[in-house]
Structures are given as C-alpha cells and as structure tokens.
Design a protein around this ligand. Sequence first.
Ligand code: SAM
Ligand code: SF4
Length: 334
Amino acid sequence: MTAPLIDPFQRRIDYLRVSVTDRCDFRCVYCMSEDMTFLPKKELLTLEELDRMCSAFVKMGVEKLRITGGEPLVRRNIMTFFRAMSRHLESGALKELTLTTNGSQLHRFAQDLYDCGVRRVNISLDTIDEDKFAKITRWGALKNVLRGIDAAQAAGLRVKINAVALKGINEPELIQITQWCAERDMDLTWIEVMPMGDLGNEDRLDQYWSLKDLRKSLAEHYTLNELEERTGGPARYVQLQETGQKIGFITPLTHNFCESCNRVRLTCTGQLYMCLGQEDDADLRSALRGSESDRPLEEAIRAAIRLKPKGHDFDYSRQAVDGQMSRHMSHTGG
Ligand code: SAM
Ligand code: SF4
C-alpha cells in the first residue's frame, strides 16, 4: 500500500467505477442511439491493462471496484479480469468487487462471478412489461433478464434493481415493480434520467420524471422511513415499513452530496473522470502504456485526484439542460 488518495477537499477516494467496454447488446433510448459507432478495439484497454490500472488504484487505497460499461458481460473473456481482481479480495486490500449489468448475459456468468468473490450485483431493469421493455431497450428481451436474475439469486448473489424513472412509461408500474422486488427480496433504486450525449431522437426532458414526484406517489401506498445510510454517492434511501424493503433514490443532478463524494470513474479507454457532471478528464492510458513501471501511472493518478472538482455543473432548475453532457453514460458507465 502507498499513501491513500485524498483530493484537495479532503475527500478520500476509495471507490473506483470502471467501464470495461463501450459496447452493449441493448440500445436503451436514454443511453444510446440505435446506430452507435463504437470505438476501435485498439483504443480500449486490454484486460491486462485493466488489471494493471485497477491494481494501481487498489494499491493506493481503493477498496471498492464496480465494473460497468456499456454492458460489462459482453466484453470477451471478461471473467479473466474478474478472476484477476479476486486476488485483491483474497489479500484483503479490496473490500468489494461488484458490477452493474443489464442482466442479459447473467445466466451464463452468475456462478463464476460468485466464485470470484462478487456478492452483490446491480441489475438495470426499468419495467416488468415485456412490450415496454422491448421499446425502452430496443434490442433487449425481458425473459433473458429474468433468467439472469434467477441465476444470480440461485448463485447466492444479492440483487439490487436499478430503474430509470421515465414519465408515462414506468410511472404506472411504480407499485407493481415495488411489490415484485419485495416478493423477490430485492432492493430497488430509482435513477433520475440525465441529459447525456446527443441521442438524436429522444428528448430526455419529455421522459423526465422527478424523483420528488415518484416519492410522493410511493408515499400514497407505503410508509416511508428515512434511512441515514450514505454511500458517498448521490443516493438517498428509505425503508418501506410494510415490506421492509430498501428503496434508493439517485438524483445525479442535485449537488447535495458532492462534499462526501468518494469516487472516480475510469473509462474503457483509460480516461479518468473525477466528477460525473464535469467534462474534465485525465489520460491514464498514456502513462500506463508509456512505461513498464507503474510509477508514472501512480503519479498520473495522484495528479488527476488533485484536480477533482468540488462539485458538478448540472442545472435542471429551469427545466433546461444547461449542463448537458456531450459524452454518453455508456462511456463513463453511469
Ligand atoms: N449496461 C449496464 C446497465 O445497463 O446496467 C451498465 C452500464 S449503464 C450505462 C449504467 C446505468 O446507467 C444503468 O442503470 C442505466 O439505466 C443508467 N443510465 C444510462 N443512461 C442514463 C441516463 N441518460 N440517465 C440516467 N441513467 C442512465
Ligand atoms: Fe446498454 Fe446499459 Fe446503456 Fe442500456 S443503459 S444501452 S444496457 S449500457
């Protein structure tokens, strides 16, 4: 271990989210356009480079790794990478290895993931209606995701469902989805839709369903007990008295939690984003590829952390997307 990563605002950075691919087998309307152009393969970090990169962060005190994408489970031989990371769990340096997935391939990998030390998985699922699911994801089939959830639970993985709140789309399903998750002993987190990238076809403000409104609707059916729990991210939690279930609300557009932000995001091309809401990034790939020694990479990581901003720039207050990001969520992994 070397000195921990502390940013200029005295926040300790111990959580790294890593996008391992920009590709995906879905084309969710709020995330990608239908005719996405993906990066040439040589731009991507190889699995060995991802290992070197993540291991450098672990050495500098990162205790939680979340693997994301694109869809992480469509990256070829991704289990090699998970297996490599499991050595840091075994050594005790890493406390948690986890992933966010659309679930489509999970039935193939659930047991392997468990065997690599993964204990929890976030599965993104916005609707439990087959037709709506096909419309939102364009290329996805609900039955594959349900099969993935079954496989994950059978393997002993704890499942949390992440749903993007979409006005008029999954709005009528709020109670049904909540009950479905309760029956399967799954926590549920709602995410406010973010204005990401230029998707060409969809107007995200049309889909925008504020979590304040969602919460109000939920409170008409359940008793919401506020939980103190904080994860250093933009999520708040309540517990439903009637079901005991934990419900999360992620409002990435509010500034409330920047002061406790403990995370940075690595793209599949080795750029480090110090804040989800700002465009500033640091090129770690050059440092990594430029030397066989990890020294320059570690210096580049420390230099990047020194640039972590205090907070982000989104502004939804006038229902205008002033802070619209030019990059897609599939690039930074959400
Ligand atoms: N493919 C995986 C999945 O869907 O879980 C991992 C990557 S995906 C980019 C990570 C999360 O970002 C998903 O939960 C997805 O719903 C969310 N997401 C994508 N675009 C979004 C947007 N414009 N606003 C809010 N959440 C978004
Ligand atoms: Fe793929 Fe996830 Fe984006 Fe949907 S949200 S298109 S599953 S990366």
